[in-house]
Unconditional design. Structure first.
Length: 244
């Protein structure tokens, strides 16, 4: 177990750094709003014996997805959301401008520049594994049911039709899980101390990172950009990274 992990009975927790970044927070929220919550509603209704004519519709493209444990997945997302500090779930974080996500930040580089805040969050590893299984189920579903359906006419011409598919949710889920999966390392340990709630909590005073802490922030931002832009073009990843 690393210093950033601890076990309580059969429950093992781990520390993650979660960015107050509107782009990633949007992906995290949409994993719930577009996929997990409506999927659970459709699954729960049918499990209760409600017919398809009355039950909530499955999210488009997910009617036949397999290996998605609806209650466990929704509980895992909810547990993680509850572990977030108010700075990550308040209207300020969700409505922050995408052009300048550092606006209002109390975290500063050694040269005085505002930085996008990172918040240490203690999570249950079983919840992280549950979301990883969601990602795997969506990946398998997207491969089995592509979003483009190709049919060939009698003359040999190909007709390409866009259809609902698990692939429509894949990027959102991939980016959500990739950031939460950034395992603790020495940089996370350094930043966890610098960004502890008693020093950098809601309503905290200005915090200036030392040179050592800022170097850790920079290295973590490299990992974060790669994770938060999973599946995107290199230019998009570079643009995301340039904000940190």
């Amino acid at each position: 177990m690393t210093p950033a992990q601890s076990g309580t009975g059969t429950r093992t927790t781990t520390l993650r750094l979660v960015p107050r970044d509107p782009d990633w927070l949007h992906d995290f929220r949409m994993t719930h709003d577009l996929l997990l919550a409506p999927y659970h509603a459709a699954w729960s209704a049918r499990r209760s014996g409600i017919g398809d004519q009355v039950a909530p519709a499955w999210p488009a493209g997910l009617e036949n997805i397999s290996d998605l444990d609806a209650p466990t997945a929704l509980d895992a997302w909810s547990n993680i959301h509850r572990a977030f500090p108010s700075a990550l779930v308040g209207s300020g974080a969700l409505n922050a401008t995408h052009d300048d996500p550092t606006r209002g930040s109390m975290l500063h580089a050694p040269d005085g520049r505002r930085l996008i805040p990172l918040h240490p969050v203690t999570l249950d590893e079983s919840d992280l594994r549950a979301l990883a299984r969601v990602r795997r189920a969506v990946r398998v579903g997207a491969k089995a049911n592509p979003s483009l359906r190709v049919t060939h006419g009698a003359d040999g011409a190909a007709d390409i039709e866009s259809v609902p598919s698990p692939g429509a949710y894949l990027g959102t889920v991939e980016r959500t899980v990739a950031v939460l999966a950034l395992a603790p390392d020495e940089d996370v340990d350094i930043l966890a101390g610098a960004l502890a709630p008693e020093r950098f909590g809601q309503g905290a005073r200005r915090v200036d990172l030392s040179d050592v802490e800022y170097a850790a922030y920079e290295r973590f931002a490299d990992r974060l950009a790669a994770a938060a832009m999973t599946g995107e073009f290199a230019g998009d990843r570079a643009l995301f990274r340039s904000r940190y």
